[in-house]
Design a binder for this molecule. Structure first.
Ligand SMILES: [Zn+2]
Ligand SMILES: [Zn+2]
Length: 89
């Protein structure tokens, strides 16, 4: 069975097999059309501003979300979020 979804990024309607949809939801994936998936897969590398570790990100995703490109890697971002949470306590 197929189901119709609208892409989270470009808003296009695309069809997905129900089984594939459940799988994507289980993995907490976003629902994006094939076109966007391909563009998201194109990643760029740059060094984290904090620890200088190389990190990968999808420029396309940030452009579509209207967000600034990330400056720090996931590890540093998590650390920053944690210390912020600790400060609140
Ligand atoms: Zn799309
Ligand atoms: Zn880092």
């Amino acid at each position: 069975m197929d189901m119709e979804l609208s892409c989270d990024l470009c808003g296009d309607i695309f069809t997905l097999k129900t089984s594939a949809f459940r799988e994507a939801r289980a993995k907490d994936r976003q629902s994006n059309c094939g076109d966007c998936m391909l563009k998201i897969a194109r990643k760029e590398k740059k060094a984290c501003k904090n620890c200088s570790e190389p990190m990968e990100y999808s420029p396309f995703w940030y452009v579509m979300k209207g967000m600034e490109e990330p400056k720090t890697c996931k590890v540093c971002k998590e650390k920053a979020a944690k210390s912020l949470a600790e400060k609140r306590i």
